[in-house]
Design a protein. Structure first.
Length: 409
């Protein structure tokens, strides 16, 4: 029965090919738009997920606070208030913390042979690599004995290595940072760009003690002070609770009274990026909703053409009823015709959507991710549109009076 109805539907659609093509156009555009827009949104979500991964999972950063001179607040980091001892205390006294790594950062001109490059210099401890989920691609990381002995060893980020060594192997080579010779012992894996646009691979990591004594200098106020502490929270632990405990410990260690503001800053970077991820999801849903309007318009077009088709084929319907066709047969015929229109348009729309997604990725250099679920959803939506908007014309055709239909001119 259905196979026969499908053959009749295809034969009817071939009678007026241009009208059939124009009717399917709305569905084609709608399906293609949904797939392309959802792939753009999914690409944005994937990018944010990569940024979360590049920062390090479950990461909280502690930064120095601001100083206040004659009523003038000088801004974040203007006063060095956090120390290596704070990092040790956090790792020791906060059970939710897996590791706490103090570090100090500065900038310097680095020289290798007749090449030089201005880059960020970061003094770190052995725990830094675990805290930031930053593996070493070649060579070895900074070890605890490097920190204890203030050895002159360095690990290069991918960008720095490329600008100093090109394609050559940097391991074992001697570079000069502020005229101090350092041996390259490792090459860091690629991190990529951070959420605020900074190239995380444009960096050199050296032992924290070496950075203080020979490159960045030591604070006159406190030789143990550092620029930041990277804290990795244990998996599946409550980040908000960990943040509360860290804040309470630091306030206690810094002898701050209840009425005094924090003299440090806590930044939960994963939370910030997860908020961005939620925003990306909302954008994806919004884009899909906007694109779905095209599907709705396409469905209305199908209803319109099917109503015209019923009017044009009134005598045919009357004749079929006169020779024994039941109302259910007429309903099935026109409903199958409407669904066929939608499904053919949906298949072509899927091809256009995949092509459009690839075109956006290539021409606009915008990352797109083709989600199979979006393709299935768009195709299913197209079939539902055919059923929904085709039902009324089909029902109208099935309820025609055979005698009146045969008299219709």
């Amino acid at each position: 029965m259905l196979l026969q109805a499908l053959r009749i539907a295809l034969r009817s659609l071939k009678v007026n090919k241009l009208r059939t093509a124009l009717t399917m156009l709305g569905i084609m555009i709608g399906v293609a738009a949904v797939i392309a827009m959802v792939s753009v949104g999914a690409g944005a979500q994937a990018r944010v997920a990569e940024q979360i991964q590049s920062l390090g999972s479950n990461l909280i950063i502690v930064l120095s606070g601001s100083s206040n001179a004659a009523g003038v607040r000088l801004g974040q980091g203007s006063q060095t208030t956090i120390t290596e001892d704070d990092a040790s205390a956090i790792a020791r006294e906060v059970p939710l913390v897996q590791v706490a790594a103090p570090s100090s950062r500065g900038n310097a001109q680095v020289v290798y042979g007749n090449l030089n490059w201005s880059t960020g210099i970061q003094g770190v401890t052995a725990d830094y690599f675990e805290a930031r989920d930053w593996p070493v691609e070649v060579g070895r990381p900074v070890l605890q004995e490097d920190v204890d002995g203030a050895t002159k060893v360095a690990l290069l980020g991918q960008t720095t290595a490329l600008n100093l060594f090109g394609d050559a192997d940097p391991i074992g080579q001697i570079i000069r940072i502020k005229k101090v010779p350092f041996t390259v012992v490792g090459l860091l894996s690629r991190k990529g760009q951070s959420s605020w646009g900074q190239d995380q691979d444009d960096v050199i990591l050296i032992p924290l003690s070496t950075a203080k004594k020979k490159v960045l200098g030591v604070s006159q106020a406190n030789a143990r002070s550092v620029g930041s502490i990277s804290i990795k929270i244990r998996p599946d632990e409550d980040m908000a609770e960990a943040e509360t405990q860290i804040r309470a410990l630091l306030r206690q260690r810094h002898r701050l009274q209840p009425y005094q503001d924090d003299d440090f800053w806590l930044r939960n970077l994963s939370e910030v990026l997860q908020t961005q991820e939620e925003s990306s999801k909302v954008m994806t849903y919004l884009l899909a909703a906007i694109a779905s309007v095209s599907l709705l318009v396409g469905g209305i077009g199908i209803m319109n053409i099917m109503l015209v088709s019923v009017t044009e084929r009134t005598r045919e319907i009357g004749l079929r009823m006169a020779v024994g066709a039941r109302s259910r047969d007429i309903l099935t015929q026109f409903l199958v015709e409407a669904v066929t229109l939608s499904l053919i348009g949906g298949v072509i729309g899927i091809a256009l959507g995949i092509g459009g997604s690839n075109a956006i990725s290539a021409l606009a250099e915008w990352r797109t991710v083709l989600a199979p679920s979006a393709i299935v959803l768009a195709f299913g939506f197209a079939a539902a549109i055919g059923i929904f908007f085709g039902f009324y014309p089909a029902r109208k055709a099935s309820r025609l009076d055979p005698i009146e239909a045969l008299r219709y001119e």
